[in-house]
Design a protein around this ligand. Structure first.
Ligand SMILES: [Zn+2]
Length: 384
């Protein structure tokens, strides 16, 4: 009998992805990933230490310590920490420990924008380390002391990481992507830490099966509760004017606003309407070239509102931000997406509160689930 072909790169053994060239099998599932692999014997600099210029909260400190002690016992860890808990800081102690032993440390996340934002933060925490970032158009330099990268680039680091942190495990495009999951598994030769504010049941089951433990942190670093979303019923003909009246209120109060729309089309149409009344806004989506500069202008206060698709659902922190979700009962707004979106509000210690408005024509299961989930975190935050 012929031996079953298993793709050496992504682990695929499904016949439908296997092609044959001159009778030799190859994998079509990961064909688009090719390029250099790094030298796994690369050695990192000595004397890299963590130099954090601000203290962690008591609870952050506790989770950070527990994480490291689990790793030392050879365990993997999933940290379930609410939005605004300060997730990144939870892994610094562990990173410092591995770096101190001269081991390979990486920090991966599904989205490029997040890698770009992450690098300066890691550099600040580990000033002596050479921190590099690797993503699609930025993959010339592959070796450093700490490697920040997209999950798409993990295939270059086969059997490389002694500690790999993977942030936003439930985010697109990593979620439900067997090729990227395989790259992740193959790149780890030691242990890993997964981070998420909204892990799925499957994520929790998977890590328990893989010699791992789940740690939770349901308190934001500034100790205030998560803003609880308000559901506002809207008939379809009312949407535009409802959004406009909310925007008018926030404009008068001088508060910046994100308005989330389920699709690019809906976003464009809504923005066209709103811009007739308020010119200090923009529309951002994965397709808009200007998105990074518009987000920067928004952060600098040059813009007061952004109409956005799910692209700003995660990873963005803006002081005193108010949040409107337009057509929140749309099927693309899952419970996890709504929890992430709600988590954009009240993140700064100087402005720990903020409105989160779900505009919808019905209270969908996701809306209901998201509100209840946030209530549960707020209840539990004092207990743990
Ligand atoms: Zn493959």
């Amino acid at each position: 009998m012929k031996e079953k072909f298993v793709c050496p790169r992504c682990g695929n053994q499904e016949e439908r992805y296997i092609g044959y060239h001159n009778g030799i099998p190859y994998c079509r599932r990961c064909l688009s990933f090719s390029g250099r692999n790094v030298d796994i014997t690369h050695s990192i600099q000595q004397g890299i230490t963590l130099q954090l210029s601000y203290p962690l909260s008591e609870k952050q400190e506790r989770v950070a310590k527990e994480t490291l002690s689990l790793l030392k016992r050879g365990k993997n860890v999933l940290i379930h920490a609410v939005t605004g808990a300060g997730k990144t800081e939870l892994v610094y102690d562990s990173m410092a420990y591995y770096l101190g032993l001269g081991l390979h440390v990486g920090f991966a996340t599904p989205r490029k924008d997040v890698v770009v934002d992450l690098k300066p933060r890691i550099e600040e925490a580990f000033p002596k380390a050479k921190v590099i970032s690797v993503f699609g158009e930025h993959s010339e330099i592959l070796q450093g002391d700490i490697i920040t990268l997209t999950t798409h680039q993990l295939y270059r680091y086969e059997n490389y990481f002694d500690l790999l942190v993977l942030d936003e495990i439930d985010a697109f495009p990593y979620k439900d992507n067997p090729v990227l999951k395989s790259f992740f598994r193959k790149s780890v030769r030691g242990n890993y830490i997964l981070l998420s504010a909204t892990p799925s049941k499957e994520d929790v089951q998977e890590i328990k099966k893989d010699n791992g433990m789940v740690l939770t942190l349901f308190e934001r670093y500034h100790k205030n509760p998560l803003p609880l979303p308000e559901y506002i019923h809207c008939y379809s003909f009312q949407y535009y004017f409802k959004v406009l009246s909310l925007l008018r209120k926030y404009e008068n109060e001088n508060k910046p606003v994100f308005i989330f729309t389920p699709t690019i089309e809906e976003g464009k149409k809504l923005f066209r309407f709103l811009s007739l009344f308020y010119s200090d806004g923009e529309f951002v989506s994965s397709q808009e070239e200007e998105r990074r500069s518009n987000i920067e202008r928004f952060k600098n206060g040059e813009l007061t509102y952004l109409v956005t698709t799910s692209i700003l659902e995660r990873g963005v922190t803006v002081k005193d931000l108010q949040v409107i979700v337009y057509k929140a009962d749309h099927i693309l707004f899952t419970q996890a997406a709504l929890v992430q979106i709600a988590g954009r509000a009240g993140r700064k210690i100087q402005a720990p509160k903020g409105d989160v408005i779900f505009l919808a024509s019905e209270r969908s299961t996701s809306i209901d689930g998201a509100i209840k989930e946030i209530q549960r975190y707020n209840k539990q935050r004092n207990l743990l």
